[in-house]
Design a binder for this molecule. Sequence first.
Ligand code: T1G
Length: 682
Amino acid sequence: MSDVGSISIEDGIGVLTIDNPPVNALGLRARQALRDGFAQLTADDSVRAIVLICAGRTFFAGADISEFGKPIEQPDLAAVFGIVENATKPVIAAIHGTALGGGYETALVCHYRIAVPSAKVGLPEVNLGLLPGAGGTQRLPRVVGVEAALEIIGGGKPIPAKKALEYGMIDALAEEGKLREDAIAFAKKIVVERAPLLRVRDREDKIAPARGHPEIYADYLKKNARAFRGYKAPGNIAKAVEASVESPDFETGMTREHALFEELLNSTESAAQRYYFFAERETGKVPDVPSGTPTIDIVRVGVIGAGTMGGGIAMNFLNVGTPVTLVEMTQEALDRGIGVIRRNYEATAKKGRMTDAQVEQRMALITPALGLEALADVDLVIEAVFEEIGIKKDVFGKLDAICKQGAILASNTSFLDLDEIAAATKRPEWVVGLHFFSPANVMRLLEVVRGRKTSKEVVATAMKLAKAIGKVPVLAGVCYGFIANRIMRPYMTGADDLVLEGPTPPEVDKAIYDYGFAMGPFQMIDLVGLDVIGRGGNERTLGGDLVKRDRLGQKKNGGFYDYDERRNATFSPVAAEVIADLARHKGVENKGGLPADAIVARLLYPVVNEGAKVLQEGIALRASDIDVAAILGYNWPIYTGGPMFWADTVGLDKVVEGLRAMGIEPAEILVGKAKAGERFTR
Ligand code: T1G
């Protein structure tokens, strides 16, 4: 048997243990171990039932995603599942950790499933642009019913064991920490009771009521149309689940599922989402800061500024039980900030996602303070004061004098020069940027800005801390806007320039919306507020001209759009006039409208170019980090893979040509890769 499987027999119960770190993915060696282990246990007459269990942190966490796109070596999952499902003895799946995708599909081909309360089960393939391709869409409806199956597979979320028991996804709960013993006891009980060997595939009671009701699937897709917009997988999931009900037999349903799975597997969308799965896990790896680098213990955090950003930042630490000293300059600002934090938690509690006791526990972790002196003993200070370099340098100079040696001094600056801020202290090695994105307690991206003198220990600590508070860290060097804000600037300024030449804001917004963004640039500016966005210096800008007409966007008098009482937007004649006037002022000739793909190229190729420069300058470690920053920071549609992956799919030579046609000089690295026929991403 392959080296990841082992067998033991206890009182006639055969236990097959698979140990394939880190998450028991169903790669070749795990599949071989399953095949060999079942062959041995089914052939052994002393074995009356089989328990399938995994070592390490989890039951099978799915097929091995890294194998996709390559020829699958035999035995494939279908072969292994056939062996398990047709075993002549009861097979019990003993689940801990996260039995996901092919992992839970493995449990479904067993006769019974038992899990510890801390376990979760689910079919998250939709997050990879796929559907459960090893029978999940055919078996799960037979266990939970069609409507629940659609929700579980289409939602892609892990289901806690207790809820899974209610659904019928598992048959019993084991005692925490006693999975093996309880699974063996469960197996013995099955044997003693001579319980029927009923395969999930043979169950009909849960799917029969759905027969002849095609509306179930259409209604499901319609209900989720907004969330599913632009994604291929949900439609195929609905078709596969329908096939589980309407096919003349199970095998026909399986054939249908396989065809629908293959279609997704070969799609760009799934390739992009599988790429992103690994890209997001790659960001924490810093080549010159190896995983064994010593880190500083962060026991107490100080946050300066209790405004929108400071309050949100503080909540990240309160959420993981870390005490926060929250500093403001006036009692009124402090009370207001703490009140916002409390209201946020109370709103969460109202939705049932937190208890009132938890709200109080988190609020009790706040130490309000007026003045920086209260930060003398914290291990980390995060400054979220006004975005002005003089103020930042003044604060850091004071912190340097107040904070203990060994405290990390972090700035939440979005654009400013971290090295200049660090130079205001005598401890530049201890200064780092922690750039949160608003709302800071929600957005998962955290840009860790590494100054010229930031020490490796501080970098390692920041990367580790990011994960501890549920963020995805992306390391950035020092430049204006770091990564996400910098690469998206040409998108924002490009939109203004483009409408001066002819395409209207609605045409631009629709092209970008259809590409996959939640909204286009003009809808976004109107939502955020024209006065907030900051529209350039003295030079006239569209936003500036609209603000002069007291048009601030949705919040006041409309902006590029007029809004009725139900917020329905219509392109504003005032905005049209402002655009025409500014075009005349700048001497820009109106060239008329553009097709959607030309609008997309016009706005997004410059983003790719900026990403190439960020890579070339060493601001980002890798192209995939840039994609992670764009997807998490700006909701760049994940099924495109992000700007760099998308550019690879467009073709870098086409991007270079498009940039040149716009009069933009492509970055050297971009031209070089285009010439060499290389990609930015794998
Ligand atoms: N395949 C290969 N590697 C995987 C993997 C997988 N399925 N899951 C995790 N890893 C690696 C990951 O890259 C990282 O590697 C390490 O394990 C720890 O992961 C046929 C088609 C299980 C909840 O979608 O959701 O089955 O960086 O950092 O935070 O129908 O990993 O250490 O080198 O995420 O504790 C369906 C994906 C696959 C589950 C653990 N399964 N994994 O989270 O650790 S498709 C999934 C996760 C499929 C079938 C279909 C999470 C986790 P490294 P981690 P974690």
